[in-house]
Each structure stands twice: as C-alpha cells, then as structure tokens.
Ligand binder design. Structure first.
Ligand SMILES: [Cu+2]
Length: 122
C-alpha cells in the first residue's frame, strides 16, 4: 500500500513537471515567437505585431508549390528568409524602431500578385 501511494506520488509529480514545462515553452512562443504561412500569393496572417527591442522569431511555413520569401522592407538590418515549397524556416531579428513596415515576397511577380503584408513594431 505504501509503495503504491509512492508511485502515484511520483507519477503526479512528473505530470506536474511536464505541465509546467509545457506552460513555460508555450508562454515563450506566445510572447516573442509567431507564425506565418506562405502560399500563392499571400501571407497568412498578413499582419504581425511585435514589440520593439525584443528579439522576434517568425516561424515560416510554405504550404504552396513555389518558393516564397519573407522580406521586411525599411529596417536598418536585412530581414529576409527564403523557404522552398513545402518546407519551413525561421527568421530572427530585433526590431529597434517602432513603425509599420511593408513585408513582401520578392520572388518574380509575387508582390504584384498580392503577396504583401505588414509588420507593426510597437
Ligand atoms: Cu511568394
């Protein structure tokens, strides 16, 4: 009997630990990480809002059949990531200037086909 309660205690302890870890990782990705899906010819969601002077990681997924890229225009540093069809990638940067930045896919004719978005830095 004592042994059985001990095992239950350990199991509950492990469960609690896993929940804690899940909560921590979830909180981190919710705070500074965000995801964008790319396809012909759009970013989904088209607009992202991030905080100035905090590192941002954007997880990019290309669910289309053409190569796409995510390029933020007008930033002091280059922010660009190219993702092959069916693949995923990330781009990490720290925006320093609040403002609204234009995001485009620089593949031929993608921008004019409507593959544009916005990055809002607050
Ligand atoms: Cu594109």
């Amino acid at each position: 009997m004592r042994l059985r309660y001990g095992l239950v205690g350990i199991s509950l302890g492990l469960l609690g630990l896993m929940l804690l870890l899940a909560a921590c990782s979830g909180g981190a990705s919710g705070g500074s990480g965000t995801s964008v899906n790319m396809s012909e010819y759009k970013f989904d969601p088209p607009t992202l809002t991030v905080k100035a002077n905090q590192p941002v990681t954007i997880n990019l997924r290309n669910s289309g059949t053409l190569v796409h890229d995510y390029v933020v225009q007008g930033m002091p540093q280059e922010v660009k990531a190219e993702v092959q069809a069916g693949r995923s990638g990330t781009v990490t940067f720290t925006p320093t200037q609040p403002g609204t930045y234009k995001v485009v896919c620089t593949q031929p004719a993608h921008e004019t086909s409507g593959m544009v978005g916005q990055l809002i830095v607050q």
